[in-house]
Design a protein around this ligand. Structure first.
Ligand SMILES: Cc1cc2nc3c(=O)[nH]c(=O)nc-3n(C[C@H](O)[C@H](O)[C@H](O)COP(=O)(O)OP(=O)(O)OC[C@H]3O[C@@H](n4cnc5c(N)ncnc54)[C@H](O)[C@@H]3O)c2cc1C
Length: 313
């Protein structure tokens, strides 16, 4: 394991200083939400958005359900963020089960609604299908979608990256070639799948740099609301769940408050290590709840400013 001077300095400071005392708040954060399924979950989502906006995030993004199943709800949520908050909205868009014309029409609607940022994804195969098959007449993968969006409007475009490799990748080199294709097609940055060890990200960042990738790679941070839920998601996307993490959550199933404290501690420690390694952008998978992401940002020195709070109100 090699450490940069920056990491060693940070480790020394972390030992000498009171907890998180010298983490400067010079981190850009963004928050990801999914479109609400009911009135109740819509209320929770908007409370979360209102809580997190005063932290001055770079953008708020909204996922696109499997197979385009949330097309209308994603659009409604993204358009409302664009209309009612001072924070730029980003819409996730996938290629699954739609023609190019249908996808282009969705993108055009976003442009018309003032949305300038798309998270361009291929999407997963529909439930029951083993492998991904592009829709006839559709975009075949995320790189093709990025190129299509670039032809439409000067969108800001983010794409997905996989520090532990996409499950259908043959190897890391092939995965990085694919990321390079997406960036060469016009994407501005990559946001990673979640991971639990800072070293996983640093190794990936080094491999990406060695492969000639210079674009920003933003770590995706998953604060753990439900450990069982995270284990299920991790199994699907082949993210490693270390033994130490499982042991930290042992015995907490019926203790939500204690679980939340542990979850915030674990994620904040991961973020602090990433910061020590020079990371200045973080993307939070909020699961539509504000508290964990807010607490982690607070520990990192990202605070609400009166100006942002007023703009978000
Ligand atoms: C930050 C983030 C947000 C996400 N949001 C959503 C969402 O809102 N909705 C949703 O449904 N899913 C979402 N996903 C999941 C994503 O759709 C899946 O991981 C999907 O399986 C791959 O999408 P991609 O855009 O990475 O695909 P791509 O980059 O197109 O490709 C994925 C993999 O396919 C292979 N591949 C593609 N093209 C080639 C090629 N030409 N040659 C060889 N191999 C190739 C590679 O192994 C590659 O890694 C998200 C993932 C991340 C990390």
């Amino acid at each position: 394991m090699t450490f940069s001077v920056n990491q060693l300095e940070e480790a020394r400071r972390a030992l000498d200083a009171p907890l998180y005392a010298d983490v400067g708040g010079d981190v850009d954060v963004s928050f990801e939400f999914s479109p609400p399924k009911s009135e109740k979950s819509e209320e929770t989502l908007w409370q979360s958005i209102e809580t997190l906006c005063p932290l001055g995030p770079r953008f708020l993004s909204v996922t696109y359900g499997a197979g385009g199943s949330t097309r209308d709800r994603t659009h409604a949520t993204v358009a409302r963020i664009a209309r009612e908050t001072a924070v730029p909205a980003a819409a996730h868009l996938t290629c699954v089960e739609a023609t190019r014309e249908q996808i282009d029409a969705v993108a055009q609607e976003y442009w018309a609604a003032g949305v300038r940022h798309i998270v361009a994804l291929r999407g997963d195969p529909p439930a029951g299908a083993a492998d991904y098959a592009p829709h006839p007449g559709g975009y075949e993968n995320a790189a093709a979608l990025v190129a299509g969006l670039r032809r439409l409007h000067p969108f800001e475009i983010s794409v997905a990256a996989y520090p532990e490799c996409h499950p259908s990748s043959a190897d890391l080199a092939g995965d990085l070639d694919n990321l390079k294709r997406k960036l060469d097609a016009g994407a501005n940055r990559a946001i990673t799948q979640f991971f639990f060890e800072a070293e996983t990200f640093f190794r990936y960042r080094d491999a990406a740099a060695a492969a000639g990738i210079q674009a920003e790679i933003v770590p995706g941070i998953m604060p753990i609301g439900s450990f069982a839920g995270v284990q299920r998601m991790a199994a699907m996307c082949r993210t490693d769940v270390p033994g130490w993490l499982a042991r930290l959550f042992e015995g907490l199933d019926d203790l939500p408050a204690a679980r939340q404290l542990v979850a915030a501690t674990v994620a904040a420690e991961l973020c602090r290590k990433l910061y020590a390694g020079g990371v200045k952008q973080l993307h939070f998978y909020t699961m539509n709840k504000a508290e964990l992401s807010y607490a982690i940002c607070h520990l990192l020195g990202v605070r609400a400013t009166p100006r942002q709070a007023a703009a978000a109100a």
